[in-house]
Ligand binder design. Structure first.
Ligand SMILES: [Zn+2]
Ligand SMILES: [Zn+2]
Length: 132
């Protein structure tokens, strides 16, 4: 059996089926149960309200949502922070703004590359022309 440090509490544990220790696993299950129960009674609550009411961190609730354990369908006001800017979102990992920005960064990087390729092609053409 592999011995590892639990990434959540730092305790040494025997890693068998899980990445975290039995203690933390039980705690997270308890946190999930508390969140699920609160949401059953307060369907309209936001992630901040849920976190404040249950004492479970927004980060952990976000994890439940991303794991599909907390359903956004059942909680119309639920959202979690964009990984890039922290804006509340309901799907994916980043908000539309950050996605656009990333796409713009990406396409400007590609057009840089195209410009460099064109310059290279132009100089090649020139050399060929020179030889003729
Ligand atoms: Zn632990
Ligand atoms: Zn964002």
């Amino acid at each position: 059996m592999e011995i590892a440090n639990c990434p959540r509490c730092g305790k040494v544990f025997a890693r068998a089926f899980r990445e975290i220790c039995q203690n933390c696993y039980a705690e997270i299950e308890q946190e999930y149960a508390t969140c699920a129960e609160y949401l059953r009674e307060n369907r309209g609550s936001t992630i901040t309200e849920l976190s404040e009411a249950t004492g479970v961190t927004v980060k952990q609730i976000t994890k439940f949502v991303k794991e599909g354990r907390i359903s956004m369908m059942d909680a119309p006001n639920m959202s979690y922070p964009c990984e890039s800017c922290g804006l509340p979102i309901r799907e994916g990992n980043i908000c539309a703004n950050c996605r656009d920005r990333l796409m713009a960064d990406f396409s400007s990087a590609t057009s840089d590359l195209n410009a460099r390729n064109q310059a290279a092609n132009a100089s090649r053409t020139y050399k060929i022309g020179d030889r003729q």
